[in-house]
Design a protein around this ligand. Structure first.
Ligand code: FAD
Length: 506
């Protein structure tokens, strides 16, 4: 047997970058038994906090990966966000209800990014098909047409080697090398600002800081407060153009800025650093055998806490498509639907985050808030975005929905994702199935999970909410298509077969 990564035995997928997005993608590919190589120039995961929020959809991907129980132990349920003016008046509220959402999880979580990265990395130990090489810098990439060559500098041994993979995904962060090789420019959404990010560890509880995130709309010094997990608290504070990073990140400079809320006797600074928040989306997410995901493909100001969330969604969208393609059973045109579906979705978040950033920066945001957010009961309330995917995987004539599907709670008490895994699900009325000439046993052998709306009340409720008799849900939990007649169900099942069959290694 030739060595893995040699031209005769290429990896199916090489992932450049072992941040959260690369690690999530490797896990999802590992679930299908795909041969994966993960490369990162760093050794351990980045140990300081960055992302502090993720949503229920991301928790669902974490559940699919199989680490939700561990993750749930290190999160804090987030009650929401408030925008207040410099006098403390409430301008706008974004409540995140404490109830379990249709996704089967709380709508919004606070977390510590290193906890998630640790769990994602540990979970990869399950997969014999996934190799991880840290302290390996990818310095050149060549798409040879039938595979891709990566030149890798091993920073421990000093050796340079060439490794071969069928596809390469750059999860290599905001300054992505893979994006450069693809030759993608960036669409600019207009927000680029320096903010000081300070994480502190409280020495003792300070209840008055509260659980809500607070956007301080103070034109002199806009700032964000975020309650983290445990005794972690975060402030993100605007930097003025004439201020130097060194002045603000010094202990004296940082405590001066934190003084409205906290004194140096009450907490220890874990990290104080100036970041430039960007708003941009790569123009081209794929070129031949090269793709990008996560911060490599898009960057958003953090006001909605969606940068990492979007990257995890990229991974969930891409992994099943890549699997189908690397098994040589479908055209690689399927990979073009990755950008066409994901781009409009992340654009909705980038645009809203930019809008929120502008509001926070305004001298008097009241009018802008009134114009942007309706006040049905006299108080301005923001609701969560729920963008649909852009056009992508679909059969002409098939009614595609492209919405995120709920996670059904079955009468056994189990949740559908725990049973289906990272696979397709058909929810259907039995009468419609009986009227349709479909070889269901073949589809279930390929991994399709079928839920009867006659036996499962949650399934019946879902179908009736859509006014349909059957739906198919994809492995990333977006709806593939719906059917109301035997003819439509036959077409939907036939289309599902063309997508599910390539996912099996049989
Ligand atoms: C202050 C702040 C607050 C944030 N808050 C939130 C939030 O609340 N919610 C949220 O969802 N997101 C948030 N984000 C965004 C989130 O942290 C990022 O979106 C996320 O970390 C991106 O993950 P990634 O895996 O795409 O990239 P990264 O984590 O940047 O990982 C990229 C990896 O690629 C490696 N690499 C790069 N080039 C090479 C190469 N040539 N060879 C080998 N390895 C290479 C790097 O070493 C790195 O490990 C925040 C970010 C910041 C900075």
């Amino acid at each position: 047997m030739q060595a893995k990564g040699s031209p005769a035995n290429p990896y199916n997928v090489a992932i450049v970058g072992y941040g959260p997005v690369g690690a999530a993608l490797a896990n999802l590919l590992g679930l299908y038994g795909i041969n994966v190589l993960v490369l990162d120039r760093e050794g351990p995961a980045y140990h300081l906090p960055r992302a502090v929020h993720f949503d229920d959809e991301v928790m669902r991907v974490i559940q699919t990966i199989g680490i939700a129980d561990e993750m749930a132990e290190c999160v804090h349920v987030n009650p929401g966000m408030k925008f207040i003016d410099s006098d403390g008046n409430l301008l706008l509220e974004w409540p995140r209800p404490p109830e379990i959402s249709a996704q089967g999880w709380h709508p919004s979580y606070r977390f510590h990014q290193p906890d998630l990265e640790r769990l994602l990395r540990n979970a990869l130990n399950r997969f014999a098909s996934v190799d991880v090489r840290t302290r390996c810098d990818v310095v050149a990439i060549k798409d040879r047409g039938d595979n891709v060559e990566l030149t890798v500098n091993d920073l421990t041994s000093g050796e340079t080697t060439t490794l071969v993979a069928k596809y390469v995904v750059g999860c290599d962060g905001a300054r992505s090398f893979v994006r450069d090789v693809i030759g993608s420019g960036l669409e600019d959404y207009g927000f680029h600002e320096r903010w000081l990010v300070v994480d502190v560890l409280l020495r003792k509880p300070k209840q008055e800081l509260g659980d809500f995130s607070i956007q301080h709309c103070d034109a002199n010094r806009p700032a964000t407060y975020v309650r983290g997990t445990g005794n972690r608290r975060r402030w993100e504070i605007t930097v003025h153009p004439d201020e130097t990073d060194a002045d603000l990140t010094s202990a004296a400079g940082t405590w001066q800025l934190l003084s409205p809320w906290l004194s140096s006797e009450e907490a220890d600074i874990e990290r104080s650093a100036v970041y430039t928040f960007h708003s941009c989306i790569a123009k081209k997410w794929r070129d031949g055998r090269l793709l990008i995901a996560g911060d490599a493909a898009h960057q958003t100001p953090p006001f909605m806490g969606q940068g990492l969330c979007a990257g995890i969604r990229d991974a969930a969208n891409l992994a099943w498509k890549l699997t189908a393609v690397v098994r040589n059973k479908v055209s690689d045109d399927l990979l073009d639907t990755y950008q066409s579906e994901r781009h409009p979705h992340i654009r909705a978040y980038v645009e809203m985050s930019v809008k929120l950033g502008q509001l926070i920066n305004m001298a008097d945001p009241t009018q802008a808030i009134e114009a942007a957010f309706p006040r049905p009961d006299g108080s301005a309330k923001m609701t969560s975005l729920a963008p649909t995917l852009g056009p992508g995987v679909g059969l002409p004539g098939l009614a595609n929905i492209r919405e995120l599907a709920p996670q059904l709670q079955l009468s056994s008490g189990q949740r559908i994702d725990d049973i289906s895994g990272y696979q397709f699900v058909l929810i259907c009325e039995e009468a419609l199935l009986n009227e349709t000439n479909v070889n269901l046993s073949e589809l279930t052998a390929f991994g399709l999970h079928v839920v009867s709306a006659d036996k499962e009340p949650a399934a019946a409720t879902h179908l009736s909410s859509l006014k349909v008799r059957a739906v198919v849900i994809r492995p990333d939990r977006y709806t593939l298509g719906r059917a109301n007649s035997p003819h439509e169900l036959a077409a939907l099942c036939c289309f599902t077969r063309s997508l599910i069959m390539p996912l099996t290694s049989l």
